[in-house]
Design a protein around this ligand. Structure first.
Ligand code: GUN
Length: 281
């Protein structure tokens, strides 16, 4: 069984990006810039944002975090986004989710200029991805995709089952696999026989947020299994895949933690560099 090392894959991607940023600096005399807006003081968001900033600095990006208290007015945030849209030194804008209830998430996402939308959440990017056009791709599914491609470069004709249909993970993951000519089944909480669907799969991406849902006897021998879940339980942090059982049947599997997580942040940096490059043309 191949234990997919997300930390190592992320370190390799960061190294590539570091070199690319250095080349861009020589060519354009400036570097890509990432601005993160963080609202409130939720601990997980604070940790994510700190990691994003650290990684951005490591590859040589210009990085800025703008913090607001959770009482900030929606309009203040929207005006700041508009200012960043017009700031040439800012290549990518990310507003950390979740947002306080009084702030309309969709309004925030749609205010970000699609060409600076490093999350790939803007409807323009969602549409471009599903039409097969160039777009920013949400960081978590992009990281999963890169790890799958490393194990299996030719995905054409493979059966892929995506468990979960969120805008953040399941839906964009499906689009990426479709582009690779996989036959993709999207499953979710109302799927009649999830086990039977998973047993058909050459590739399973589990992104539902149910601890250890995907069991060993749900997985075909030699399947590639990607675990997007991060669930806090009495037994500590676990994914959406029953790791011990599945590791006995799968060809390759991502651990939690140390699988998808590190790649997500590295892909955010990649998206920032891509946005910068497109803006220079
Ligand atoms: N919160 C948790 N994951 C994400 C993400 O990928 N993007 C943003 N903006 N917020 C998040």
């Amino acid at each position: 069984m191949i234990l997919i090392d997300g930390k190592k894959a992320a370190a390799e991607l960061r190294e590539q990006l570091k070199q690319e940023v250095a080349e861009l600096k020589t060519k354009y005399n400036k570097v890509p810039g990432l601005t993160v807006i963080l609202i409130g003081d939720m601990a997980p968001s604070q940790i994510y944002v700190r990691n994003k900033e650290k990684s951005a600095n490591e590859v040589g990006l210009k990085s800025e975090v703008i913090k607001y208290p959770d009482t900030v007015e929606e309009n203040t945030v929207l005006e700041k986004i508009k200012e960043l849209n017009n700031d040439e030194t800012v290549s990518g804008i990310l507003v950390q989710l979740p947002l306080p209830k009084h702030i309309d998430k969709q309004k925030v996402i749609e205010t970000i200029n699609p060409s600076k939308d490093v999350d790939g959440f803007h409807p323009m990017n969602v549409g471009n991805l599903s039409s097969g056009y160039e777009s920013s791709v949400p960081c978590t599914p992009l990281g999963c995709y890169l790890m799958i491609k490393k194990i299996e470069p030719n995905l054409s004709g493979k059966k892929a089952v995506v468990v979960g249909r969120s805008n953040l993970n399941g839906k964009p993951m499906t689009q990426l696999l479709l582009k690779e000519n996989c036959t993709v089944t999207i499953t979710h909480s109302r799927t009649k026989d999830l086990k039977a669907e998973c047993l058909e799969a050459d590739i399973i991406v589990a992104a539902v947020g149910i601890p250890e849902l995907v069991k060993g006897d749900w997985v075909k021998k030699d399947a590639i299994v990607i675990d997007v879940g991060i669930n806090k339980t009495e037994n500590g942090l676990v994914g959406d895949v029953a790791f011990d059982e599945v590791s006995k049947v799968a060809k390759a599997l991502t651990p939690v933690p140390g699988g998808v997580g590190p790649m997500t942040i590295a892909c955010l940096l990649k998206n920032t560099v891509e946005c910068f490059k497109r803006s220079q043309i």
